[in-house]
Design a protein around this ligand. Structure first.
Ligand code: 5GP
Length: 115
């Protein structure tokens, strides 16, 4: 079964894309937690960081490079932003297709807020 993010990447369900290349895409989160909330997602289905292998290192590096590019596109490179990966149950990972949140466009407060 393809993940929901694979369905978005393939165009089977809509996505508000801001970036796409041969390894990585970026699209806006459907439930934004900040004025700018973008998901940076490898095209390859990797469940989470615990499934990463040495052959995925180019993908991981590209994800960070794309964060820089998208931050510039969104005009938040100077004001700052947060990059976040939720990994597993305690981190409240909801979608088991590796992704990095890029959050910004406003002051985000302290790193961890328990609800
Ligand atoms: P996680 O908790 O797994 O790190 O975050 C998953 C994120 O995916 C959440 O912020 C959620 O709002 C977002 N999300 C879930 N389903 C969809 C969807 O269908 N489209 C988009 N654009 N974002 C989604």
């Amino acid at each position: 079964m393809p993940t929901i993010f694979t369905k978005i990447i393939n165009g089977d369900i809509p996505g508000d894309f801001v970036y796409r290349d041969d390894l990585v895409v970026a699209f806006r989160d459907i439930n934004p937690q900040a004025r700018v909330h973008i998901l940076i997602v490898p095209i390859k289905e990797i469940r989470n960081i615990q499934e990463v292998t040495a052959e995925d290192e180019a993908i991981l590096g590209r994800m960070l490079h794309v964060a820089r590019i998208v931050a510039e596109q969104e005009s938040i490179a100077e004001s700052g932003y947060r990059l976040l990966i939720n990994n597993g149950a305690d981190a409240h990972q909801e979608v088991f297709h590796l992704h990095m949140h890029l959050l910004g466009g406003e002051a985000l407060g302290p790193l961890l807020a328990k609800r």
